[in-house]
Design a protein around this ligand. Structure first.
Ligand code: GLN
Length: 441
């Protein structure tokens, strides 16, 4: 598939034939399950859209039964920005229900396969966007990342996925999972395309109260892979990683040195605290955000004998198992008597994580870290939800601290699956993030 950079130079006629080509390829490979809808909006460069980002008049379901039949009444800000830049939303991609998951298996629509090995998961929750780009069924895509949902599927499918600094990209029109962690970001074939798409969707938006009112400077036109940077590596972090990931990490360290960067060994606090802080924070926020799905205001409704019976039946029928589990967890950690012990404590840990990163970034420009403990695994391999939560260990602290990070393929494992690693930068230093990533590509 041609790159985004190339597609941006096409004539209207060439774009029309690109869309036709994409449409027939997507229809010819429905087995992959990357898309859950083929709506199009406009005639620009086609960009695949995760099913939790609103495009006016399109169905938008966050991969859930409870939102079946719901039509977006307005555009997400990122969609307005795409259209203003000559790009066009093209097709809705599959995702874990309400972005809760790491495999895309919890979608109401069924699973998405990994194009690199169809017996393996594509990662999640933005698995549809990652699979579409990796299979050549999209020029580029948008995903959302609350705890790794752009970076981990990008790593599993062998593409580039970037999570911007919290507040950099508007969340207006994004189906909320955990509002203090969610960010929309680009999923692309290469680093330069990620920078181009990131530039297009970024910037202050008064419609999002958490949007950062800071001057925005474009990055794609200033990319400089020859900059010499100081990069922290975290040897103790690798203990829980597979041999394939360790080998990819070693190769990336060599590549960083060969590119002239200074590599320094650092350590960070045990990442097991990240998991606790994240799953308390994310489920607490999710339980609040998902309270709006009551069978009255959005999507599907079950009949009930009275109002509260209607709420209960609509929610019981409409939400899947994983979503229910998280609503219960979130209600629990927010309930009186447990609030201080769990939620407040998690916020303190979150603060410590942020501080630790800030301290580290006084000395280094970037951090190199794994994205996931292993490469993409076979369907069913992580059937225990707790085990799946643990597999997010390398990605979630970035969201807790609000930092930008980019996942890119650095190696191929013996089993043929891609190995992706991430670079992490200080808040609002996306330029350094892209420059460093480009030097590793
Ligand atoms: N796997 C993580 C979770 O289930 C992250 C998901 C995401 O980033 N949306 O919460």
């Amino acid at each position: 598939m041609m790159t985004l950079k190339e597609a941006l130079t096409l004539s209207p006629e060439a774009l029309e034939s690109l869309r036709a080509e994409l449409k027939s390829k997507i229809e010819g490979d429905s087995e992959l399950g990357a898309y859950v809808g083929m709506e199009t909006a406009g005639s620009g460069v086609p960009i695949a859209i995760k099913d939790n980002i609103q495009v006016k008049t399109w169905s938008v379901t966050s991969g859930s039964k409870i939102l079946q039949g719901y039509v977006a009444p307005y555009n997400a800000t990122v969609v307005e920005k795409l259209q203003a830049a000559g790009l066009a939303p093209f097709g809705r991609t599959n995702m874990d229900e309400f972005a809760m998951g790491s495999t895309t298996e919890s979608s109401f629509y069924g699973k998405t396969l990994n194009p690199r090995n169809r017996g393996c998961v594509p990662g999640g929750s933005s698995g549809g966007s990652a699979a579409a780009v990796a299979a050549g069924l999209a020029v580029a895509a948008l995903g959302s990342d609350t705890g790794g949902s752009i970076r981990q599927p990008a790593a599993f499918c062998g593409i580039v996925g970037m999570k911007p600094t919290y507040g950099r990209v508007s969340r207006y029109g994004l189906g909320a999972y955990a509002s203090s962690l969610d960010q929309i970001g680009p999923m692309t074939q290469n680093v330069e395309d990620a920078a181009i798409l990131y530039d297009i969707i970024s910037g202050y938006d008064p419609k999002d109260s958490s949007s950062a009112d800071v001057a925005y400077e474009s990055v794609a036109d200033k990319l400089d892979p020859s900059r010499k940077l100081t990069v922290a590596i975290l040897p103790s972090y690798l203990e829980g990683a597979s041999d394939a990931v360790k080998q990819g990490y070693d190769k990336a360290v060599e590549a960083l040195k060969a590119a002239g960067h200074t590599v320094v060994e650092k350590s960070m606090m045990d990442a097991k605290y990240d998991i606790s802080a994240y799953y308390i924070t994310a489920t607490a926020e999710a339980s609040t955000n998902l309270a709006r799905y009551d069978g009255i205001r959005y999507g599907s409704r079950e009949e009930g004998e009275n109002l509260s019976d209607l709420f209960i039946k609509s929610r019981s029928e409409g939400f899947g198992e994983e979503v229910k589990r998280r609503i219960l967890l979130g209600n629990f950690v927010l309930s009186s008597g447990y609030y201080d012990a769990y939620y407040v404590k998690a916020q303190k840990v979150r603060h410590l994580i942020k501080e630790e990163y800030e301290k580290l970034f006084e000395e280094v420009d970037l951090i190199l870290s794994p994205v996931a403990p292993d490469t993409a695994y076979e369907f069913g391999a992580l059937s225990d939800p707790l085990q799946m939560y643990l597999s997010d260990i390398y990605t979630i602290s970035v969201n807790l601290a609000g930092l930008p990070a980019i996942s890119l393929p650095v190696d191929t494992a013996e089993n043929g699956m891609p190995v992706g690693l991430q670079l992490i930068a200080k808040a609002f230093d996306e330029q350094t993030l892209f420059d460093g990533a480009l030097s590793l590509e």
